[in-house]
Design a protein around this ligand. Structure first.
Ligand code: 5GP
Length: 192
């Protein structure tokens, strides 16, 4: 059975909580900090929570891919780098979920080495604690999930589908079977 993990109302309340925490964290920065959205999963999170951030910020995005279906490959591809040079400023990586931690560890290290920012902080919508492989400091957590289940909806995808669903859910075995059949018939999905 599929199950709702975060209702639309809970998502909104989580955005508010995260936006308020980020305001506290960033309000005394001398140079405008950068909110760096990790595409595509964190789109919904960024748009939802940034309206509750009440201090000046710059918004940018970066595009990485690390997942193949529901399995972490541990291999991270940088598809699009950030636009602004964050040297000497605080960057907040805005990520949809931390699972093994590999993507965020890679990204934090990459930004530090390439750009020498003042600081790299991390805000995640969902902290999945069960499969952590590397220890990464997360500064702001929206929602904590201790069960190891694949989530879909509200930014979270399955082969790029369902990001538009306004709540977060765990699909059933039948859902995955049905979707895999759909994907097999759709050439666009097969190339994804
Ligand atoms: P990590 O490197 O921490 O294992 O995984 C980070 C990335 O894996 C996330 O940015 C996200 O794209 C993807 N991911 C991890 N868990 C889930 C999940 O339950 N559902 C979806 N849709 N993506 C996930």
């Amino acid at each position: 059975m599929s199950e709702v993990v975060m209702s639309q109302e809970l998502c909104e309340a989580t955005y508010k909580k995260v936006g308020q925490e980020l305001t506290e964290l960033l309000k005394n920065e001398e140079k405008r900090p950068i909110l760096l959205c990790v595409m595509k999963g964190a789109m919904n999170f960024l748009i939802g929570m940034m309206k509750y951030v009440e201090c000046p910020v710059i918004v940018d995005y970066i595009h990485i891919s690390s997942y193949d279906g529901t399995d972490s490959t541990g291999k991270i591809n940088l598809l699009k780098d950030m636009t602004f040079n964050p040297e000497g400023r605080t960057v907040v990586i805005v990520e949809d979920v931390i699972d093994t931690g590999l993507s965020l560890a890679y990204l934090k290290d990459y930004l530090n080495k390439k750009y020498h920012p003042k600081d790299v902080k991390i805000a995640v919508f969902v902290d999945k604690t069960a499969r952590r492989k590397v220890d990464v400091k997360v500064d702001v957590v929206g929602f904590t999930m201790n069960v190891d289940k694949y989530i879909v909806g509200n930014g979270f995808d399955y082969h790029d589908m369902f990001r538009n669903v306004p709540y977060v859910f765990t699909p059933s075995e039948e859902d995955f079977k049905k979707w895999d059949e759909m994907i097999a018939k759709d050439p666009l999905m097969k190339n994804e």
